[in-house]
Design a protein around this ligand. Structure first.
Ligand code: ADP
Ligand code: MG
Length: 385
């Protein structure tokens, strides 16, 4: 009886632990190649079933970080935990992780079928289990008609599916993707992005996905880690990253066309907080409503950021709307809307106008700035205020 109670207690404790467990945790991780530090104090907690995207410009250290998680690259300092277990010194094959590369890395002489089951065979999985997995996954990925083809007989999308199939059959704890769509043409990329989202929605497996494409990141991620020069600049859900970027870098990297930036100064008195753009002494933007997250001073140099969709021709009487008369210098039609460029306060400002707006080049135009949607950054630190 005593033994039984004890066992039950142990089981429920284990369950409790598991519920609180982080699938993947990276703690104070550093990595250099020779004298170049490519990852600096990386900390990440990834919950079970979440889709984390590592987003950043080429060379910022995304692949290095992913390779470290996979065990393909050594660590200088810090640790990687899977299910709260330090795997820093565990061999890649024992980490229960599957990786899909940009190049797909399919074996050209093997068929789709052989490529997909290669890892299972290596792991000496029983034959019937291999067949079962292959059938399930090839059905799911709709490659069951292609099993006897060689990679050279496949389209880009089919190769991509095969590479994913090879990862899926192993039922890993964590899926890693390194720019898996960047070799595809634009249309196929959007289709495959949709497929990956579907895959994630039905599997709810933990995924870490590397890309330099911000739209891919926004549409796939449950959390985005924006990286620059080996540092995680911001880790948040996509909407927060978009609406409240914590630095000029993040603000500029996310969104297309990019966020508009207007340089100027804060004018603060006991009643109000105003903004005067550079070279526009007669224009004031009312910032009194803005929820500052950090202290600021009168005359402090700041950058006001406003996304193009909040600069428009749609008449607005909203409380924090600023109306200005500006002259279009460039008009670009997307079909869905018109991107209209203006020169203002020494910068180019882009607004999104409705497609049927009668906006004309060099013809002054009323433009409405929705100031309820601004971000404010300190000019020197480039951090959000
Ligand atoms: P990303 O995937 O974000 O484009 P990487 O992680 O591939 O960036 O590379 C980060 C930096 O580390 C780059 O400057 C790259 O040149 C350098 N680097 C990557 N791998 C190696 C290596 N094996 N030896 C030396 N330098 C490397
Ligand atoms: Mg890379």
């Amino acid at each position: 009886m005593y033994w039984l109670e004890n066992t039950l207690l142990e089981v429920s404790l284990q369950e409790q632990l598991r519920a609180n467990m982080l699938t993947l945790k990276i703690k104070d991780l550093y990595k250099s190649f020779a004298s170049t530090e490519v990852l600096k104090k990386i900390n990440l907690d990834i919950e079970e079933g979440s889709f984390l995207v590592l987003l950043g410009p080429s060379g910022c250290g995304k692949s290095t970080l992913l390779n470290i998680i996979a065990g393909l690259e050594t660590i200088d300092k810090g640790a990687v935990f899977i299910d709260d277990y330090d795997v820093s010194k565990v061999e890649p094959k024992d980490r229960n992780i599957a990786m899909v590369f940009q190049s797909y890395a399919l074996y050209p002489s093997m068929t789709v079928r052989e490529n997909m089951i290669f890892g299972l065979k290596q792991a000496k999985t029983p034959k019937d289990k291999i067949e079962q997995q292959l059938e399930k996954v090839s059905n799911f990925l709709k490659v069951d008609e292609l099993l006897n083809r060689k990679p050279s007989q496949l389209s880009g999308g089919q190769r991509q599916r095969t590479a994913m199939g090879r990862a899926l059959v192993r039922e890993p704890r964590i899926f890693l993707f390194d720019e898996p769509l960047s070799n595809l043409d634009a249309k196929l990329r959007v289709e495959m992005r949709h497929e990956i989202k579907k895959l994630y929605t039905s599997l709810k497996a933990t995924m870490v996905y590397v890309t330099h494409d911000q739209i891919e990141a926004m549409s796939l991620a449950s959390k985005i880690a924006v990286m620059n020069e080996g540092i995680i600049q911001q880790l948040d859900d996509p909407q927060t990253i978009y609406d409240k970027p914590n630095s000029l870098f993040v603000a500029d990297f996310i969104g297309s066309p990019s966020m508009n930036f207007i340089n100027g100064e804060i004018k603060k008195d006991s009643q109000s907080v105003m903004f005067t753009p550079n070279n526009e002494d007669n224009i004031n933007f009312d910032l009194t409503h803005y929820e500052f997250e950090n202290n600021f001073q009168n005359n402090q140099k700041i950058v006001v950021g406003l996304r193009p969709e909040y600069v428009s021709n749609t008449e607005s009487t909203k409380k924090y709307t600023k109306k200005l008369s500006l002259t279009p210098t460039i008009i670009e039609t997307t079909g869905f809307d018109k991107n209209v460029t203006f020169d203002f306060a020494g910068s180019e400002i882009i607004g999104r106008f409705t497609p049927n707006s009668g906006v004309e080049l060099n013809n002054p135009q009323e433009v409405y700035f929705d100031l309820s949607q601004i971000s404010i950054f300190d000019s020197n630190t480039e951090l959000r205020l």
